[in-house]
Design a protein around this ligand. Sequence first.
Ligand code: NAP
Length: 255
Amino acid sequence: MFEGKNVLVTGSAHNVGFGMAKVFADYGATVFVHGPTAEETTAAAEALSAKGGRYIPVAADVRHEDEVARAFEFIAQQVGGLDVLINNACHLGLGHRFLDMPMDFFDDVLAVNLRGYALCAQLAARQMITRGGGAIVNIGSNTAGRALGDRAAYIASKGGVESLTRAIAVELGEHRIRVNCVIPGYIHTERWNTLTEEVKQRRWTNVPLGRESTPQDIGEAAAFLASDKAGNITGECLRVSGGIDIQLVPPDCAV
Ligand SMILES: NC(=O)c1ccc[n+]([C@@H]2O[C@H](COP(=O)([O-])OP(=O)(O)OC[C@H]3O[C@@H](n4cnc5c(N)ncnc54)[C@H](OP(=O)(O)O)[C@@H]3O)[C@@H](O)[C@H]2O)c1
């Protein structure tokens, strides 16, 4: 599905991004594995390559414009430019109640989760224009639509991701660049393994399909939206959450 295509998955040295990188490489893409440091991106690209596929490490802190610009120059030199960008790198934004949240913390979360997405999308789109088009998929979060406590900055940033998706989809359509969003619910990451069995069981009970997503589930949705199969879809947000968001209240709260 992506033979001859060049794909950048931001934040792909671990967890969901790592799994998505594998999905795209398995579909034939050359995948740029990205993270804030050269050490971790190199290690991740080596680990992925050991399973087959073409991976190239590229490091940049998405908060810093000069570093990101250098990373995109590197991509252009290596392969001539991007066909697909998956904006995934994130600051989890944990640890502050809103009333006590330092505004520097708020700025930092948005610098990664929203400004970082816009910056990568802008630089990617400029490369895609020279290649006759492309696709951008932004990874959002279901917390943007249904909030939780203690994560105001993260949740605000993810709401912004959905709006940014539609805003740039409108502008980039004339360049044959489609922009869409995947909205995950629970995903199985390294953090999932730290949950108690009781918490896992409660979460599964609350998901109509009975399980959390895998990084591969998110990658397959992103791959569909980035592929020619979604050739007339842009500005769309696709939920991949096992249905947890479609309920009035979760079963363990139902009365
Ligand atoms: N996990 C879930 O249950 C869940 C649910 C809904 C939505 N999502 C979304 O899915 C995506 C992936 O989630 P995840 O759980 O895999 O997150 P994660 O484990 O925190 O991974 C995010 C990646 O982004 C990188 N990153 C952080 N700050 C960066 C920066 N300034 N510059 C460059 N890279 C940076 C991290 O690198 P370092 O590790 O080196 O900092 C990390 O590899 C996110 O967009 C998240 O919002 C996740």
